[in-house]
Design a protein around this ligand. Structure first.
Ligand SMILES: C[S@@+](CC[C@H](N)C(=O)[O-])C[C@H]1O[C@@H](n2cnc3c(N)ncnc32)[C@H](O)[C@@H]1O
Length: 235
């Protein structure tokens, strides 16, 4: 076993079983039911995810974070509350997305991703057009990407990257207040109590019947590519 193997790293911490070894994740196998699935990217201690899972027992929640020590708190709380609809994986979200079936997810939650404020570090930011396109390809029609940041520059980048792919979205909404009536994340609470300005962006996916591209873009031949071809293109 290689310590640097991302699958091994994901498996040795939490209850991933053989899930990440398969070519595609079976959410039915993971949760043992066919409920809708929401994924939180960079879930940290899982405060938001655990609250939402308590609030919505008819939805399954997958929390992903690269760092295990934060998620252990969430994993313990999940055990105390005996929540059946939550799983945590320690791994890079990009590995999970690669193995997530096309058009299978109801909501991606991405709150306070590392802002990398120094100019030379900005290429490390997670939210790029390519990343949004990857999330879009895994969303169901009308599925949502919920994002938040306290970094005004990163917020401008999020909006610009989404705008560059405007044909993928049915709706784009921005706000200074959260859209979902669910418990806040740890960073959200910390930043709010410090009086920082917070920025929220919501993208609603448009998926055509013939693949993973927005209805409004259905004029081009390339844009009519099948879901499978589209998947190859963006991975
Ligand atoms: C600033 S923290 C925010 C945590 C939480 N969302 C909150 O609002 O309290 C960003 C989190 O994203 C995680 N992270 C960063 N890049 C990631 C990636 N590529 N895959 C999975 N997790 C990632 C970090 O380990 C960290 O826990």
């Amino acid at each position: 076993m290689s310590v640097s193997d991302p699958v091994e790293n994901a498996l040795d911490c939490f209850d991933a079983g053989d899930i990440l070894r398969a070519e595609k994740i079976s959410f039915e196998g993971l949760f043992r039911n066919l409920q809708p699935v929401e994924i939180e990217i960079g879930c940290g201690k899982g405060k938001f995810l655990i609250s939402r899972a308590e609030q919505c027992p008819g939805i399954n929640f997958l929390g992903i974070d690269r760092v295990a020590k934060w998620m252990k708190a969430g994993q313990r709380k999940k055990g105390r509350l005996n929540l059946q609809n939550v799983r945590f994986f320690r791994t890079d979200i990009r590995l999970v997305l690669e193995k997530t079936p096309l058009q299978s997810i109801h909501i991606f939650h991405l709150y306070f991703p590392d802002p990398w404020p120094k100019r030379r570090h900005r290429p490390r930011r997670l939210v790029t057009a390519k990343f949004l396109q990857l999330l879009h390809s895994r969303l169901l029609d009308g599925g949502l990407i919920e994002m938040a940041t306290d970094d005004a520059d990163y917020f401008s980048q999020m909006k610009a990257e989404a705008e560059a792919l405007s044909f993928l979205w049915r709706e784009k909404r921005e706000s200074r207040e959260r859209f979902l009536d669910t418990a806040k994340t740890s960073y959200e609470i910390k930043y709010e109590s410090a009086g920082r300005k917070l920025y929220y962006l919501e993208l609603k996916a448009a998926i055509s019947r013939n693949g993973g591209i927005g209805e409004r873009a259905s004029g081009g031949v390339e844009e009519r590519a099948s879901g499978r071809a589209k998947e190859r293109e963006i991975l």
